[in-house]
Ligand binder design. Structure first.
Ligand SMILES: Cc1cc2nc3c(=O)[nH]c(=O)nc-3n(C[C@H](O)[C@H](O)[C@H](O)COP(=O)(O)OP(=O)(O)OC[C@H]3O[C@@H](n4cnc5c(N)ncnc54)[C@H](O)[C@@H]3O)c2cc1C
Length: 313
């Protein structure tokens, strides 16, 4: 690992290494990533669901970022994956330390036991102190994007997701003001994956361990029941693996300013942030927007992964 930052890109792009690795529960490995480049890590405001990119070691070669500029970055992304390494998206669960001792905590879901491995999960399963990855993350003082939790003046919050969204949801809850009101629903593979989570008194946290039940079968009905709707979720026929519907971006191309009245019964004054497997999120989106009449400006629906599909960078 280089000792100093060797380029002036408006983001952190460098190698970092695992400085601590903990198997925190059956489905999660928590890795603290450290390195001199992280001294410049910073966002303008709360972290909320700040996403980062991690690039796992390529089959050939060792990355070097000395003197790189944005044109280099664009060509690097076009290299075959064997040369640049597979890139995946993760969440900053927490920032620890300061200055050159800054560490970013990343909670990786281990999904090998589902019979579907991937480079991210495999790296985390074998991670040891000293193992390296390349990180793309916000550099203090520069716009990076990657925070989708924007509740504005909504009076009530709904945060819901599966195991991949737990790191983001926990970070969002940690950053809520003490007078926040709302509910958080988190579906995890097994009861032992439930984490201690301190929320403001007006925010109810409901953990939904599947313990063998099908993915998404608890989350959808729990969210709908909370909103006073019939807890029936229809399996979507078509699913966009890259589902991303926020006020600032629509993967389906839907207009955000749809002029719809601001919410039907049960969803007035509500802001909803929902992330997880794309099919599960698609079904919830349909129920909340089409059936309950939620205003598209008051939602963030994000496919964090898709069953049977390896994520692209
Ligand atoms: C904004 C954002 C933030 C995210 N934050 C996190 C985070 O903090 N922690 C985290 O673990 N993930 C997070 N994810 C999800 C993560 O990027 C995906 O799960 C990704 O597919 C993992 O890459 P992989 O290399 O392990 O598997 P891939 O190579 O992408 O996929 C290989 C196979 O594994 C399956 N698969 C992928 N993920 C899962 C899973 N969770 N359970 C079961 N099967 C799976 C795929 O369907 C595919 O069949 C986030 C995604 C986004 C978009």
């Amino acid at each position: 690992m280089t000792d100093t930052v060797t380029h002036r890109l408006p983001m952190i792009l460098d190698e970092v290494e695992a400085v601590r690795v903990d198997r925190i529960s059956p489905s999660y490995v928590r890795v603290e990533l450290g390195g001199p480049a992280l001294a410049d890590f910073g966002v303008d405001g709360p972290l909320y669901d700040q996403r980062i990119k991690l690039v796992f070691p390529p089959e050939r070669g060792t990355p070097s970022f000395a003197g790189v500029d944005e044109s280099w970055l664009r060509s690097w992304w076009q290299l075959p994956v064997e040369e640049c390494g597979p890139m995946r998206t993760y969440t900053v669960r927490e920032v620890r330390g300061t200055g050159r001792d800054t560490r970013l905590v990343v909670d990786f879901v281990l999904h090998e036991s589902d019979g579907a491995s991937g480079p991210g999960s495999a790296w985390a399963a074998g991670a040891r102190v000293g193992h390296r990855v390349v990180i793309l993350a916000p550099r203090r003082g520069h716009a990076f994007g990657g925070i989708e939790f924007v509740p504005g003046r909504a009076g009530r919050l709904l945060v819901a997701g599966d195991e991949t969204a737990v790191p983001a949801a926990c970070s969002i809850v940690a950053d809520l003001p003490p007078d926040a009101r709302g509910a958080v629903f988190l579906e995890v593979p097994v009861a032992a994956d439930v984490q201690p989570l301190l929320a403001p008194p007006g925010v109810e946290v409901v953990w939904l361990p599947r313990d063998g039940a099908p993915l998404g079968s608890l989350l959808g009905p729990a969210v709908l029941a909370h909103l006073g709707a019939a807890p029936v979720i229809e399996e979507p026929v078509e699913v966009d693996p890259d589902l991303w519907e926020t006020p600032s971006y629509s993967s389906s191309g839907e207009p955000v300013e749809d002029g719809r009245a601001a919410g039907g019964r049960g969803v007035q004054d509500l802001y909803a942030w929902i992330a997880g497997e794309s099919g599960v999120v698609t079904a919830l989106r349909r129920a909340l927007v089409n059936e309950l009449g939620m205003d598209r400006r008051q939602v963030a629906f994000m496919g964090y992964w898709r069953r049977g599909v390896a994520m692209r960078s």
